[in-house]
Design a protein around this ligand. Sequence first.
Ligand SMILES: *Cc1c(COP(=O)(O)O)cnc(C)c1O
Length: 405
Amino acid sequence: MPGYEFWSDAERKEVNDVLETGILMRYGFDGPRKGIWKSKELEEAICQTFGSKHAQLVSSGTAALTTAMGALGIGYGDEVILPSFTFVASFEAVLSVGAVPVFVDVDDTLTLNPEAVRNAITSKTKCVMPVHMCGSMADLDALLSICKEHNLVLLEDACQSIGGTYKGKKLGTIGDAGTFSFDFVKTITCAEGGAVMTNRDDVYISSDGYSDHGHDHRGVDRGADLHPFIGYNFRISELHAAVGLAQIKKLDTFLSLQKKNHAALKNILSAIPEISFRRIPDEAGDSCTFLSWFLPTEEATRAVIAEMKAQNILAGNFYWYDNNWHYIRKWDHLKNSVTLNALHPDLKAAVIHHAAKDFSVSDAIMGRCISTAIGLLWTDEQLKAKGEHMANVIRKVLSAEKQMA
Ligand SMILES: *Cc1c(COP(=O)(O)O)cnc(C)c1O
């Protein structure tokens, strides 16, 4: 999955360019920076690589989501529909702009169930936020048509699916805006970083200002910039952007290795008839960071996880259902709306209401799902050994279950 597996002289060279001048900030200092503009260069590379009209780099994927929401005008009184299976950052961003996160069930794509989205729409709904989890995409045609019908904005959280596509278009460039994360474990890393992508000029201009204290960036003197609205500091540094610039040049290599290793592992597990795989709305567009698969029951899935642990091959296999970060079942801080600063009482009540709903439809899917992270550095032999070891564990558990029945 992650680009950190390929740390090399290329990243060191880009970082050194910045260390030579000592201009670590992305704006200003035009003379002393001697033509080194890593953040600008990376933004241009993002536009080129992903076919987005605009890209705004920021300090994290969470900051990218917050910036996009600000730029899309999402705030007080608005509801944002998002999936029960996502990373906590998705709802943190919704709360940070004062909007209400409305969670709905996922289906066997591990992303938003379009019917559940439809059922959750109210007069307050402003935005649908699909999260392209674990390398692969939501059913974007269905979601786009819902958004069109109800006049909603579509914000893609593509933080985990850099390089994935849907019907030929890059994930993150299809909605009104889309976001990437470049944190340390993402497909491309900057150590920390993120991007807002958009084809809308208004959303880009707002993102650019919002992420830098509202500066309009019209002049050459930062002190003389106007501030048409209030912003924050979500700036990326030149050192971080430099790392990303080296990494983005390797994206094709990362993706082709992921696809190759993913196909080989899937082939091995396919020999077990009880295993089914995540439904992918556009198979060709899977970025293949993970192979996500299902067992027939939650009991069998738990038994496989326990046996993997016993045989010391659990590393890289994720049972999200029990995980504190990615699935709503364990988000007690959200369900109780525990915040350090007081929320408006109406918002607090709405957060608790929407987080405490019934997610048994999602439970029935997530309780049977295991995602295996795809390594970039696996040799063919290692991959085969790993796959067969996994398959043996699964067969052992399934046959023990049959004997019990
Ligand atoms: C990683 C991630 C984020 C947040 O990114 P950070 O850069 O870690 O803030 C948001 N959404 C999803 C789905 C992620 O996986």
